[in-house]
Design a protein. Structure first.
Length: 266
């Protein structure tokens, strides 16, 4: 199985700035939090691995957080302590939950700015100690109207890319891999044609184009792709008939027929 965007690789400073946005959200209001921490087990002789945290800011003024749950000696975390703050000292946290039971949180609306999140894995097993805190920061960017470029523009102007990677379906791709996808002929594979236009749309949004007109189509395209890995990076395949409607909608957005309009400089 290839790497998942929800359980992404190294700890990163996330700075993707894609937008499925209309009105700017107000200040973040956290849900009710459970703040009583599970006790660490100082007598335990197994320590849970530190989680790897990812922050997906591909929708402007929003973030979706995720973290890994890695087994050690047959044990995994049952709970995670997660804190979110707009300052690195976590002096007055925006959200604090010491018994979070899943490995993702969000999407949540945040005002533009830099935020910090920290997570530690916890266990109720008597011989298992909690992990250390792991901290990352991420930047939430303001939504803007912008304009769009065709996927062909992005294929031929890698120097203008606003990001160094994207997620297609549930799989994360580096910039070099995305460029290899864009230069791969469709050859009757609907997955490749869908990926071409999806890459273009996500790059347009990351570059500041308003994505509100295409957000539901992007979500549907990601759901259809799922864990399939697009050639030549992988060997995924979809029938063209199943992808044609999504390809058309994404093409119309990228070429300015729908959405904020085509950039005149292209």
């Amino acid at each position: 199985m290839r790497r998942s965007s929800a359980l992404g690789g190294v700890i990163v400073l996330a700075a993707l700035i894609l937008a499925a946005c209309g009105e700017s959200p107000s200040s973040f209001t956290a849900p009710s939090a459970v703040t009583s921490d599970l006790s660490a087990q100082p007598s335990g002789n197994v320590t849970l691995p530190n989680p790897t945290i990812t922050a997906d800011v591909s929708t402007c003024e929003h973030v979706t957080l995720g973290w890994t749950n890695i087994a050690v000696s047959g044990y995994v975390a049952q709970r995670w302590h997660m804190q979110l703050d707009d300052a690195p000292d976590f002096a007055s946290v925006l959200y604090n939950n010491a018994q979070y039971s899943t490995t993702s949180y969000g999407p949540i609306a945040l005002t533009p700015g830099t935020y910090w999140v920290r997570v530690k894995a916890m266990s109720t097993e008597s011989r298992v100690q909690n992990s250390d805190w792991v901290v990352i920061s991420f930047t939430v960017v303001e939504c803007s109207s912008g304009c769009t470029m065709s996927q062909g523009y992005w294929k031929n102007h890698e120097e203008d890319w606003p990001v160094g990677g994207l997620t297609l379906g549930s799989v994360a791709y580096a910039k070099s891999e995305l460029l290899s996808v864009l230069t791969t002929p469709v050859a009757g594979n609907g997955l490749i044609s869908l990926a071409h236009q999806l890459i273009g749309a996500k790059l347009n949004i990351a570059n500041g184009a308003n994505g509100s007109a295409i957000s539901s189509t992007i979500a549907a395209a990601d759901a259809m792709i799922g864990s399939l890995v697009v050639p030549p990076v992988g060997a995924g395949n979809l029938a063209p008939g199943t992808t044609s409607a999504l390809v058309t909608a994404l093409t119309n957005y990228n070429e300015g027929i729908t959405g904020p309009g085509h950039c005149q400089s292209q």
